[in-house]
Design a protein around this ligand. Structure first.
Ligand code: PBG
Length: 325
């Protein structure tokens, strides 16, 4: 055949493929989400094979392993004892609660580790919602934002580097920025869950924290999976309110949203490969239905779509593979 153009020439050997590879994955791109509980040892999470809820020692052990592989950032998700949960989620503001205590421990051990904290009430809410629930079942926006500011301050006072609101209340980024600045925490960053969808892919996470909604769903605050433009509206607000990093969640099924957000902002973009994405991949690998390297492919696709930063439960394992190369 007489062909003027033969794309295969640019794929003929590893060095030539390396020449023009467009996307890389490096341990520095990854944030490691960890589940913590007030106690010792580890508790397996059945719907997330290979992930455990971590007690004090187990957390230090797993973070040390991740740190050794070049992971410099963790995000904390607490499993809160049932008796500490309430309708107003006030345990979220406790300066000696599980999260502030864990932040202090981690920062003491690894001062250069970026400790990211989740802001939302669901782990602390007896209703399993991210906000305060009114007697008629509505989620109260402005009242919730006030508690979230208290939660963010408790985390900042304990030494958190990045505050990450995942609740999807309106106006919380600006309110938290003001609350932080008023106390002198101008250097504490905000990673906003900008486009967080009402997704069934969070199921295993809610098993891990025992935090599923006791009634209803999260559709009045999290976004409709059918919508893309709405992500750009949330982006404009979060930028104007002072977000430092914006996030899309879930990641794999929402690559188009990552791409649109990437094109619309100059801020760093993060994407969260959530618990359900983890469960699908790990479950298939454990059954021998997929090769383990499919995990790397899922992450490179998220980077190609436009994410600078990826939150993934695979972080330490992937970092170890990348370091072997
Ligand atoms: C709650 C929160 C959720 C996740 C992160 N923060 C669950 C939810 O919104 O119900 C999900 C993460 C995952 O599935 O891995 N504020």
């Amino acid at each position: 055949m007489k062909l003027p153009s033969r794309p295969r020439r640019n794929r003929k050997s590893a060095p030539i493929r390396d020449f023009h590879r467009e996307t890389w994955l490096h341990p520095s791109h990854l944030i490691y989400p960890v589940f913590i509980f007030d106690g010792d040892g580890r508790q397996p999470i059945p719907s997330m094979p290979g992930c455990d809820r971590l007690g004090r020692d187990a957390l230090l052990e797993d973070v040390a392993k991740a740190y050794d592989q070049g992971i410099r950032s963790v995000v904390l998700f607490p499993a809160i004892a049932e008796h500490l949960k309430s309708s107003d989620g006030k345990e979220a503001k406790n300066p000696d609660g599980l999260v502030p205590e864990t932040i202090r421990t981690l920062k003491k051990q690894w001062p250069d580790l970026l400790v990211v904290t989740d802001v939302a009430l669901d782990p602390y809410s007896s209703d399993g919602h991210d906000g305060i629930v009114a007697s008629d079942g509505r989620i109260l926006n402005d009242e919730t934002v006030e508690v979230l500011c208290g939660q963010a301050l408790a985390q900042a006072r304990a030494g958190a580097d990045i505050i990450s609101p995942s609740d999807m209340m309106d106006g919380r980024i600006g309110a938290i920025r003001t609350a932080l600045d008023n106390e002198g925490f101008t250097e504490v960053s905000i990673l906003a869950y900008t486009a967080k969808y009402a997704s069934k892919f969070y199921g295993p996470f809610r098993d891990a924290l025992d935090s599923a909604p006791k009634f209803g769903d999260k559709k009045t605050y999290q976004m409709d999976p059918a919508n893309g433009r709405e992500a750009l509206r949330e982006l404009a607000l979060d930028e104007a309110e002072g977000a430092d990093i914006v996030m899309v969640k879930p990641a794999g099924p929402y690559l188009d949203v990552i791409h649109r957000v990437r094109q619309a902002t100059t801020l760093p973009v993060a994407a969260y490969q959530v618990s359900g994405e983890y469960a699908m991949l790990q479950g298939a690998v454990d059954n021998g239905w997929l090769e383990e390297s499919a995990i790397l492919e899922s992450l490179i696709a998220i980077r190609r779509a436009g994410a600078d930063i990826i939150l993934t439960y695979f972080a330490p394992r992937v970092a170890a593979w990348l370091n072997e190369d």
